[in-house]
Design a protein around this ligand. Structure first.
Ligand SMILES: [Zn+2]
Length: 418
């Protein structure tokens, strides 16, 4: 066990120095731009939004994002390799053979161990990308300890969900004959929980969510929803301003739990037309059934990813069946699925960008206002520091929304008759 810990320490130290080096280098190279104000001017000529001037702080933030993405991607492959090469799996096998024989507990322990290792190795990059960098560019409104507390809360939740999932999966694989079918049922239940139950039951417990206070706005939103055939919509605001200045909103729930939740930052910094355009976009997702369609796609991609990982495991790894169903098998499935998801994830991102364009079109039609949809992008450039245009490779591998350029182009050239 001591050996595993010292291997882990060496790994984290290397990750820390690389991430720190990259961060400080970018900071040094872009020193002047970091203090600048990020005012994006909105200019409209002949009913078209003019291409905005990208401020240097937006450019610098984009450089940070690309670099952190590359480091994260490399680490996502190195972590399973580390787990396979360290003496961790031997240690786990021994422990399970001698002391802990209960399959559920075995899965649980592996889930906890994996979550902790993953968290420790990724901690330097979490610190530099979502604390240090955000402080530099002025997107974070609170101090280090509040940030850390929030990070740990999120990690704890992930750890509990993931280890329970692994515990139950392990029990199923070892004790139930039709384990593939049973795992599928478990997976569907988790998805339903994540999409329909979590936002309605758990989210209000951990966030400050209350009915929107601007009643005139609420009426307009409800009217807009009813014009589009959505009845009984509830409108909430969620407090985010003490953490961030970024803007967002989402729609969730089914039947009587249908709700639109708008970040208070959005309510504070956007005007009414802009808020209605955001809401119309969210209604678009709902009306066009993007949530269930996305769930089906995710399920298919997961079957492909984990199915082929298991096939690879059986083909490549010549260990006994017992070993493959134990910690070793899990380590290899982790490695293979990480590699395969580098191919499947661009597919799901492509689909996500496609439905975002559909929701934009829906919003333009519903509000009868094509320009506000594009102006919103300028707002996001100002508050979320979104870049105007990005490299094609980065868009394919990372972007779940169209770029600001694509959305502004859509708004500028929107043809209502089509
Ligand atoms: Zn959207």
């Amino acid at each position: 066990m001591k050996r595993v810990l010292s291997q882990l320490l060496v790994f984290v130290t290397i990750v820390f120095f690389i991430t720190a080096g990259v961060t400080l280098f970018i900071e040094y190279k872009n020193k002047e731009s970091l203090g600048e104000k990020n005012n994006i001017e909105i200019k409209i000529e002949n009913s078209k939004i003019l291409v905005p001037e990208e401020t240097s702080i937006v450019k610098t933030n984009y450089i940070f994002s690309k670099n952190y993405f590359v480091i994260r991607t490399i680490l996502s492959i190195l972590i399973p390799i580390f787990i396979l090469k360290s003496s961790l799996l031997e240690y786990a096998e021994e422990l399970f053979n001698k002391k802990i024989k209960n399959n559920f507990s075995q899965g649980l322990i592996m889930g906890i161990a994996y979550s902790i290792i993953n968290f420790v190795i990724l901690f330097p990059i979490a610190f530099f990308s979502s604390f240090y960098r955000l402080k530099l560019v002025g997107l974070l409104n609170y101090g280090f300890f509040d940030w850390l507390l929030d990070l740990l809360k999120g990690e704890m939740l992930n750890l509990v969900i993931f280890s329970l999932f692994l515990g139950i999966s392990f029990y199923i694989i070892k004790n139930i004959k039709r384990w593939i079918l049973s795992l599928g049922v478990l997976y569907v239940l988790i998805m339903i929980f994540g999409v329909f139950i979590y936002p309605v039951v758990i989210d209000p417990l951990i966030n400050d969510i209350k009915p929107v206070s601007d009643k005139a706005l609420e009426t307009k939103i409800i009217n807009l929803a009813e014009e589009n055939g959505i009845k009984n919509l509830k409108v909430y605001e969620i407090k985010k301003s003490d953490e961030t200045s970024a803007l967002n909103a989402y729609m969730t729930g089914i039947f009587s739990t249908k709700r639109i939740v708008i970040w208070d930052t959005t309510l504070q910094s956007l005007n009414e037309d802009e808020i209605l355009s955001v809401v119309a976009h969210e209604i678009g997702h709902y009306k066009l059934n993007h949530i269930p369609k996305g769930m089906v796609l995710e399920a298919v991609l997961s079957i492909i990813t984990y199915g082929s990982s298991i096939i690879l495991l059986l083909m490549i790894n010549r260990k006994s069946r017992r070993a493959l169903k134990g910690p070793y098998g899990l380590g290899y499935v982790l490695l293979y699925s990480t590699i395969i998801s580098m191919v499947t994830s661009p597919i799901s991102l492509y689909y996500s960008r496609k439905i975002e364009i559909e929701a934009d079109k829906f919003a333009i039609e519903a509000t009868n206002d094509n320009l506000t949809n594009g102006i919103l992008e300028l707002r996001f450039m100002e508050t979320n520091l979104s870049p105007y245009n990005v490299d094609e490779w980065y868009k394919i591998l990372r972007f779940d929304h169209p770029t600001a350029k694509e959305r502004i182009d859509l708004s500028n050239s929107y043809d209502y008759d089509k």
